[in-house]
Ligand binder design. Structure first.
Ligand SMILES: Nc1nc2c(ncn2[C@@H]2O[C@H](COP(=O)(O)OP(=O)(O)OP(=O)(O)O)[C@@H](O)[C@H]2O)c(=O)[nH]1
Ligand SMILES: [Mg+2]
Ligand SMILES: [Zn+2]
Length: 404
């Protein structure tokens, strides 16, 4: 029997970045694909009916098929997971692995990601489908990779709700990270919810209540906030913590996530490595299908345990995507997100006396005046100013014509 040589994930990525593959690379891909876990019997993969395409997506599919004489080998499906860069697609007819048509392959941003609705060719006798086209996205969650690496990375498509996860405790809690995540999510056309994880590690229930209050003050009272302790030791004394967060207007506990992720909704858990995203999803599933691993004790940093993006159907709720933790989330070009999250401040900023007002003490500043009148909270204005300044700075570093 021929010996199979395994290519590393990095070498696949490099190969793919180069565009169309040579026949040898294709053969290697085929070998690699055979070594992947079987899809049959995988638990918690969403069914076809768990997510619905938009009208525009269905129409685009019909038009594509009509353009090919109504080809019955073509069907519509969604990309529900990637295993070592190989997509799996769920259609009405089942769940199967697929590869991309080379035309799509060559463009990084057009390449299907988890959540994409696609046209897939399911030829009888072939065990691998062929993704021929990605259908228009209703939302596209993308982050800027930073000036050193340039360009955006699309994390997922058609996400309805971004659940921004942050661990509680003085050492780790970052309001800035929550707000910047909310801006990115809003910019990408997604709704936002906040999950405060590891509530058993709160130094003091009242401090946790303050954190909930701060999130609500900056993002608004309508943004759902859930505090939970999915990975707490059994018997941890959580009653005082629950009381404090509920008093501050948050929801409590793993099950409350089901209320936030309504059936039919596609949610994505966004946050750094090691903050308990996979632990939470396992708790919701009542099953340990997703890998988790301990954080480094010295600095609490995660080990980037989750390396793939995959959808799971939450019983009694919608569908969630587990994905790798993100180290950083620099803001660039997310003006629409700032507008969505801080509409009244953006409006006020347009009324300052100077067009290039930095809202830090200039005469005739409408933002400062609104803060002084108590119309806008100091915390909310500060959060806006920090992110707006960062965005201007990044834009200016790439394009010297942008005024700082
Ligand atoms: N004390 C405590 N620890 C938790 C809790 N939730 C998760 N952990 C621990 O945090 C560590 C990391 O959890 P994961 O679920 O792997 O974190 P993740 O966010 O999925 O990390 P990546 O996959 O690397 O992005 C594990 O050791 C968990 O047991 C919690 O509620 N309380
Ligand atoms: Mg994980
Ligand atoms: Zn101003």
């Amino acid at each position: 029997m021929a010996k199979r040589r395994k290519a590393s994930t990095a070498s696949i990525a490099r190969r793919r970045a180069k565009g169309p593959r040579a026949p040898r690379a294709q053969r290697e891909d085929a070998l690699e694909r055979e070594a992947l876990p079987a899809l049959e019997g995988l638990a918690h993969v969403p069914e076809y009916g768990d997510l619905a395409p938009t009208e525009a997506q269905t129409e685009a599919f019909e038009a594509y098929r009509a353009g090919r004489g109504g080809d019955t080998e073509l069907s519509m499906g969604f990309v529900c997971r990637f295993d070592r860069n190989f997509p799996a697609v769920r259609t009405e007819h089942g769940l199967f692995r697929a590869e991309h048509a080379e035309r799509i392959f060559t463009d990084d941003l057009a390449r299907p990601v988890v959540g994409d609705w696609v046209v897939v060719r399911d030829a009888p006798g072939h065990d691998v489908g062929l993704i021929e086209e990605a259908l228009p996205r209703k939302s596209e969650l993308a982050r800027w990779r930073g000036s050193a690496r340039g360009r955006f990375q699309v994390l997922a498509a058609n996400v309805d709700l971004v659940l921004v996860a942050q661990p509680v405790g003085r050492r780790t809690f970052s309001l800035d990270r929550i707000v910047r995540s909310a801006v990115v999510a809003a910019d990408c056309g997604c709704r936002v919810g906040v999950i405060l994880t590891k509530a058993d590690r709160a130094d003091d229930p009242l401090e946790l209540a303050d954190d909930v209050g701060a999130v609500k003050e900056v993002l608004g009272r309508d943004v759902p906030v859930v505090a939970l302790a999915a990975g707490a030791d059994e018997g941890a004394p959580l009653a005082p913590v629950e009381e404090a967060v509920v008093g501050a207007g948050a929801l409590w506990g793993v099950d409350a996530v089901r209320e936030v992720v309504a059936p039919g909704t596609l949610a994505l858990l966004l946050g750094e490595s090691g903050i308990g995203k996979s632990t939470l999803l396992n708790a919701l599933l009542g099953d340990s299908v997703l890998e988790i691993s301990a954080v480094r004790s010295a600095d609490d940093a995660g080990r980037h345990t989750t390396v793939a993006r995959r959808m799971v159907k939450i019983p009694g709720a919608g569908v969630a995507i587990d994905c790798p933790g993100l180290r950083s989330l620099p803001l660039m070009g997310h003006e629409r997100g700032l507008d969505e999250v801080f509409p009244e401040i953006v409006e006020l900023a347009g009324r300052c006396r100077f067009r290039d007002c930095t809202h830090s003490g200039e005469p005739g500043c409408a933002v400062e005046a609104a803060v002084a009148d108590g119309e806008v909270s100091r915390a909310r204005a500060d959060a806006y100013l920090a992110l707006a300044r960062e965005m201007r700075g990044h834009a200016g570093s790439l394009d010297p014509d942008v005024r700082l």
